[in-house]
Design a protein around this ligand. Structure first.
Ligand code: PLP
Length: 453
């Protein structure tokens, strides 16, 4: 039986569920990223490193909610912290300043010293949005630069050249700005400049040419969490952005806590001007944090405007004097309690996750070699991806697109029938709940799948 048929046979209840779901939600999903063919798997339960679907199948979870669940499912320390917060504080939401906000800020700063001041948001998307607004206000330049293939959230300004088809993407040295969604203003092809990753010479040419318009350069220091910026490249960008008066933003929503506890900035020994965090630090809840240099962050402080009442001024000052940042749920106490518990566990146990991930990568590399298959496990810390290529290194989006994505998808579907869960073509993330036992089972499953190709 071919892999797709086997997959369909094992996920019949998921298919029925999806048929019903698509009568009430477009495509049956609440986010397009949750969809894949032939059909998504509908989950019923989870525990530790495992997911259980509506057909009764068990999976080792390597998706971990796109990397967010670094303590796995249902972690006891997080659960206790949530209940303690609710019982002690007597509320889920103060809607006022409260102690967890300060405590978390100090904890973040101990790992991310570049985040001199910070603000909370409700998602990674909101975090990069605020970082970009701060950068543009600070530099008084309203354009931004980002890299081809890098994702920073779902709003128009950054939804440019995230996953462009190679025949639309333009020359490698100076990629086009390709809009990723219907309904976007065409002005984003001008305001959002696209740079080639790991190509300092051409980045410098573009940035020098457009420096008057570009207020911010935002980067995923490891694209998708696994394609590493080369050290001289990222050091060169740090120097260049300082010289050209461009705010350098590390989007560490994916890499934060995962490539190292102190994120990519710890890995590279580089301090960005601003950092966006998310995912892991919510302990499974939606969260985002933006932090960085005092001068930039202080732009979001309350000013003479709607925020500060000055009786000597009969009229409000200009709206443009204010950098707007707000949100009903910013700094949510329960979420921060879950985040603080996550930090407690990670300070003690993150090195185990990093070691186990390394071991899994090494064993996979060995297996690929013995099977003479051109596959690689590429990544840092607790995330990696599997790339089918003969190349020694994957340096950017275009190289990844040129790898054998067709075969990778086929392998991913077959692995799901062997109880290994990651959405097709997605990365592998590990958690404190994964152990040697899961590594062993994973290697055995890979071996069966590769033998059956
Ligand atoms: N930035 C990066 C690097 C991400 O990987 C993501 C999400 O995957 C985001 C931003 C957006 O975060 P969220 O999904 O929490 O809005």
């Amino acid at each position: 039986m071919d892999g797709d048929q086997l997959y369909k046979n094992q996920t019949r209840h998921s298919q029925l569920f999806m048929e019903k779901a698509s009568t009430v939600m477009p495509g049956g999903v609440t986010a397009n990223i949750k969809y894949f063919q032939p059909n998504p798997i509908v989950m019923q339960k989870a525990n530790g490193a495992y997911l259980y679907d509506v057909d009764g199948n068990e999976y080792i979870d390597y998706l971990l909610s796109y990397g967010a669940l670094m303590l796995g499912h249902g972690n006891k320390t997080i659960k206790e912290a949530i209940f303690e917060q609710m019982n002690n504080d007597g509320t889920l939401l103060f809607g006022t300043p409260h102690r967890h906000e300060i405590e978390m800020a100090h904890r973040i700063q101990s790992l991310y010293p570049s985040m001199k001041k910070l603000r909370y948001t409700n998602s990674g998307t909101e975090a990069t949005l605020l970082a970009l607004r701060l950068a543009k206000a600070y530099t008084q330049k309203d354009g931004l630069a980002k890299f081809e293939g890098h994702y920073h959230g779902g709003y128009d300004e950054v939804l440019v050249s995230v996953n462009p088809s190679l025949n639309q993407a333009g020359p490698k040295e100076e990629p086009y700005s390709v809009l990723e969604s219907k309904g976007m203003a065409s002005s984003h092809t001008q305001k959002t400049v696209i740079l080639p990753f790991n190509d300092l010479e051409n980045c410098e040419k573009i940035l020098r040419k457009k420096q008057k318009d570009i207020g911010a350069l935002i980067i995923e220091p490891l694209q998708g969490g696994f394609i590493r910026a080369e050290q001289p490249f990222i050091e060169g960008l740090r120097k260049l952005t300082k010289e050209l008066g461009i705010v350098f933003i590390f989007d560490e929503v994916k890499t934060g806590f995962r490539v190292a506890l102190g994120g990519a900035q710890e890995l590279y020994g580089i301090e960005p001007d601003l950092t966006a965090l998310g995912k892991v630090i919510g302990g499974g809840f939606p969260v985002g944090i933006v932090g960085g240099l005092d001068d930039i962050m202080d732009l979001s402080a309350p000013r003479q405007s709607a925020d500060v009442f000055d009786p000597s001024q009969s009229q409000k000052s200009d709206a443009a004097d204010v950098l707007f940042h707000s949100g009903t749920y910013n700094g949510h106490p329960t979420i921060l309690a879950a985040g603080l518990a996550t930090m407690d566990v990670l300070t003690k146990e993150s090195s185990n996750v990093f070691e186990l991930t390394n071991e899994l990568k090494e064993q996979l590399t060995h297996l690929f070699k013995t099977k003479s298959i051109a596959m690689k496990a590429v990544g840092e810390g607790s995330i990696f991806n599997i790339v089918l290529t003969n190349k020694k290194k994957i340096l950017d989006y275009r190289e990844l697109q040129s790898s054998d994505l067709y075969m990778r998808r086929k392998i991913d579907l077959r692995l799901m029938t062997e109880g290994i869960y990651t959405k097709p073509l997605n990365r592998y993330s590990l958690s404190t709940a994964h152990t040697e036992k899961e590594v062993e089972k994973t290697i055995a499953a890979f071996e069966r799948v590769l033998d059956g190709l």
